[in-house]
Ligand binder design. Structure first.
Ligand SMILES: [Ca+2]
Ligand SMILES: [Ca+2]
Ligand SMILES: [Ca+2]
Ligand SMILES: [Ca+2]
Length: 628
């Protein structure tokens, strides 16, 4: 320890090593400075005897200690400072590393140092040395660079599209991460279905479909487990699926599954009987209390677009279903061992005397054991259906509270459709922007807390056609000139009013088709975020293929800010047909993983399906939390 010389001793008296008379005696120098007179008495005679003095009897100059130059260089996209520093032998020194925005340190080496946060501390310096730091995009470090691919359920899928398995592709509809057996590891339940070979024709046959349960083995692998979970190899719902919600409907501690079921698979919708042919028998998948599951028939048919789970004071959940064929929301409650229809949701009042068919969202309970007390629903009283209504529960009954006022109006003969027909122009104004649209409206919704503990807000996806510069009187607008936007509206909801909250979504992506995949904290900072999964189909596939998720991170200041995901893993271009990604923690380490799936196979030469493609599901394991 005596070898160490405090820096300040030589702060003003700089010794050049080459002329340092004590170069070969550093030990003595140290003693000279750190010990008391008793030591000095010993040392001085020795120096004199060695001929190193010549001081004519006075004490020698303070002994110099070697110093070394430590230099640092940074690669592109960041810096390190200072560039050089002179360090006394035996000392350490520090450098500050500063990556550019969106970048992080990929490697830093030299001088036996260690990096902590942004400070690089060298080891003890005994020679000149240099430090080199390089940077990479932060996003390239968030996920593993190689993917795990789930086993392909060929037995369930290869002959699913019986009408023509070589021509009709299987659709991978909804992927639901759910812990089926409560072992803390998310399993994955996937619904697949086939469309008809010829689209737009009347059909009264069930949609061919299959459910596949992938069991998480707890070691970053999954196994197809239909026999284990359902006690059957082949599981069908006889419909296509639009949305899905998981909740413990039967109160046994295991999550259950409710799909929005219909037969909107590509068959005709607009002729006599066609609407009825889009109905599917409504079902629910209930846990048996031991990690196995059974499909229960709910006993009615509907062309369902919205489902939700309504929290009850008991802690259980009601299953609610809303479609285009009934004027009421249908609710079911687990009573005496089965799901039984309840009338609580049937007559809430409001503009259309119903909850809406496209989207419907019940809020979580705000106070413990109170159950859900608030809900929103699209409101069918404006011809473009982007209005929203809110509802509250009092004395056990749901009733209408408020609806948006987007100045819904109709301009006569101001709209030219794709077929060159001149019709009225429906208009609404949302946050200063005029929108129109033929048949567009609210699609999906979720609730989240912008700030932990605050009242949750509703986040509602709407599709509409903005009129650039807003409506000008006397103009006839062509449908084909007005691109559709998909956007999110955020609403504050209470038992007295419904209020659009503007300025929440920052850098919004408006030209993609998507569905809301998650409204939860996806980066473990305690603040809810939003993840959208870009859709297949719907005319936007060409621009959406190889689609990464769209992620809005909560900035902890009431904004949801779109994250630049440049650099995260993507599906190789050679096989990117209709690949889409979302986030879920699939290995139970608390960090969201990136899941890609192929929505359906592509065609070869336009006639037959590509035999080399399959509906893959791949997981890039998350390595660290996302950050802005
Ligand atoms: Ca599990
Ligand atoms: Ca259950
Ligand atoms: Ca967050
Ligand atoms: Ca994970």
């Amino acid at each position: 320890m005596v070898y160490v010389i405090k820096k300040h001793i030589f702060k003003k008296t700089y010794f050049n090593m080459k002329t340092n008379p004590f170069l070969k005696q550093p030990f003595l120098v140290t003693i000279f400075f750190q010990r008391h007179a008793f030591i000095l008495a010993l040392v001085i005679p020795i120096l004199i005897s060695c001929g190193g003095g010549g001081g004519g009897g006075s004490a020698p100059e303070p002994a110099p200690t070697p110093t070394f130059t430590v230099s640092a260089t940074a690669g592109a996209n960041g810096s390190i400072s200072p560039a050089t520093v002179t360090v006394t032998q035996g000392q350490t020194t520090t450098f500050t590393v500063t990556p550019d925005a969106g970048y992080t340190v990929s490697s830093i080496t030299g001088c036996n140092g260690t990096l902590s946060e942004t400070t690089y501390t060298t080891g003890t310096i005994s020679a000149a040395c240099s430090i080199t730091v390089s940077f990479v995009q932060f996003m390239t470090t968030v996920f593993d660079t190689t993917a795990y691919e789930l086993p392909h359920p060929g037995d369930a899928l290869d002959a699913l599209c019986a009408e023509d398995p070589t021509f009709v592709p299987v659709n991978t509809s909804l992927l639901l991460p759910i812990d089926l057996n409560i072992d803390t590891f998310n399993d994955l339940v996937v619904h697949y279905f086939c469309g008809p070979k010829v689209q737009g024709l009347y059909l009264d046959t069930p949609t061919p479909d299959a459910i596949v349960a992938f069991k998480n083995n707890g070691d970053k692998t999954f196994s197809i487990a239909n026999n284990e979970v359902f006690d059957a190899e082949s599981i069908k719902l006889s419909g296509s699926t639009r949305k899905v919600v998981k909740a413990d409907f039967n109160g046994d501690g295991y999550s259950d599954i409710l799909y929005a079921l219909n037969r909107e698979d590509g068959r005709a919708q607009g002729c006599d009987n066609c609407a009825a042919s889009n109905e599917a028998p409504q079902k629910i998948i209930l846990s048996d209390g031991d990690g196995t599951y059974t499909i229960a028939d709910l006993g009615f048919n509907e062309w369902t677009h919205a489902v939700d789970a309504v929290q009850m004071p008991s802690g259980n959940y009601d299953a609610v279903i809303s479609g285009f064929r009934n004027d009421t929301v249908t609710g079911f409650r687990y009573i005496d061992g089965s799901m039984q229809e309840v009338s609580d949701y049937a007559n809430p009042g409001g503009p259309t005397n119903r909850f809406g068919a496209s989207t419907m969202r019940f809020f979580p309970e705000l106070t413990p054991a109170a159950g859900s007390m608030l809900a929103v629903s699209d409101s069918g009283d404006c011809s473009i259906q982007v209005n929203l209504s809110s509802f509250s529960k009092a004395s056990g009954a749901w009733s209408f509270v408020d609806k948006t006022n987007f100045n819904c109006r109709s301009i006569p003969n101001a709209y030219e459709s794709y077929t060159n027909e001149i019709t009225d122009l429906p208009l609404v104004t949302i946050d200063g922007q005029d929108y129109t649209g033929g048949g567009f409206g609210n699609e999906e919704s979720c609730t989240l807390e912008l700030t932990p503990g605050d009242a949750p807000v509703a986040v509602v996806q709407f599709s509409a056609q903005p009129i650039e510069g807003n409506y000008v009187e006397g103009t006839v607008y062509k449908q084909s000139d007005l691109p559709v936007q998909n956007r999110l509206n955020v609403y504050e909801v209470s038992d007295t009013e419904l209020m659009l909250k503007t300025g929440v979504v920052v850098n919004e992506k408006i030209d993609a088709l998507y569905r809301i995949d998650a409204c939860r904290d996806i980066n473990n900072d305690g603040y809810d975020d939003v993840v959208l999964v870009q859709n297949s189909g719907g005319g936007g596939e060409q621009t959406n293929t190889r689609a990464k998720p769209i992620v809005y991170l909560n900035d902890q200041a009431n904004h949801l800010v779109r994250l630049d995901l440049t650099g995260i893993p993507e599906i190789d271009p050679s096989e990117d047909y209709e690949a889409h990604g979302f986030l879920a923690d699939m290995d139970g380490d608390g960090i969201e993983d990136l899941v890609y799936f192929r929505a359906r196979r592509g065609y070869m030469s336009g006639t037959a399906l590509d035999t080399n493609q399959k509906n893959f599901i791949r997981i890039y394991w998350g390595l660290k939390n996302l950050q802005p």
